[in-house]
Design a protein around this ligand. Sequence first.
Ligand code: SF4
Ligand code: SF4
Length: 369
Amino acid sequence: MKKIATIFLILLSFSFNSSFAQKDNISNQNTDSVAVVYFIKEITPENVLKLYKAMGVELKGNIGVKIHFGEDGNKNYLNPELTRPLMEYTKASWVETNVLYVGKRRFTDSHIKLAKEHGFTFAPIDILDKDSEIEYSTNGMGLKHYKKIKSGSGFENYDGYIIYSHFKGHGSAGFGGAIKNLAMGFASPGGKMAQHASDVPVITDASKCIKCSNCINNCPANAISYVNDEITIDKNKCIGCAKCIAECPKRIIKPENTKLESNVFLERLVEYAYVFTKKKPMVYINVLANISSSCDCSARAPLPFTQDIGMLASKDIVAIEKASHDLVAKGHNCEDAFLKESGVSGLGQINYAQELKMGTMKYKLVEIK
Ligand code: SF4
Ligand code: SF4
């Protein structure tokens, strides 16, 4: 039986490796097949490298590890030491892009300085939009929302990427994993704006507002104020960055569209991610630790709502996101832990990614000891 399972895995591995030789085919996974997702419970630096090797892919040339350095004040971002053996083995650089909103990660110099303060000191750091922006046409891709997408010009300088993601909640995306790390993470500030635009949040119950002004102080567009003593968002000024959603301690600021079928924001994220996966070979590692309802962009992210689960790796972005989501839900005794915790479901990301044939929700979890 063990022998059959091994042969099965070798065959799967062979088929994925073949697609790796032709980067344009990587995203066109057959949604009828079953993708392998490797799982390891113990979250250690050595195991991050073990997971990368388990995928059987040797990315060649100039490799970027797409990572999040954590917002100033955030306590939940992943310990950089976890990536040390991976960075040494692959001789990769950490890659990121500048953000849209006010703060240290807005500009390249202060972004790199913050990353170093957070312990990212033992590999090169490359902010991909430090020089300029690049645009990719989506002609012929059959996307609903974009004719072109925007990244940093440095995206072109790499031969392949390891998308290393902290799987946790996100105020308007439900959860942030590999799809979000790719979509927002590789987008230039202009691209981030294009994904957020018209995603103006709403104040769901102003009577619960404690007038802490966190939302006002963190809004990069000066779009929030007290009007007649009531907290109010000016839709004409809002750039849809979602910072206020993450900053509100009473959780009364929510994305306007939270229904799966109408959540255009999730589709926009997926379309950005889709284009990036078409451009370069990529593999995915998700770390399921410090799982709170807010993302690492939040200076005041709440404490984790569930225990650490482990780490996953796959060549299939849909499969790894589905497996990660399933494990968090299982650990939290429900079907959608992020919906339960923050009132926002991110399942639309996974559904739409499969619809675009980025991968399959059918996965086989292979635990590595
Ligand atoms: S109102 Fe909220 S979403 Fe709009 S710009 Fe300000 S912080 Fe961002
Ligand atoms: S962050 Fe929330 S509680 Fe604080 S002022 Fe804004 S809406 Fe009110």
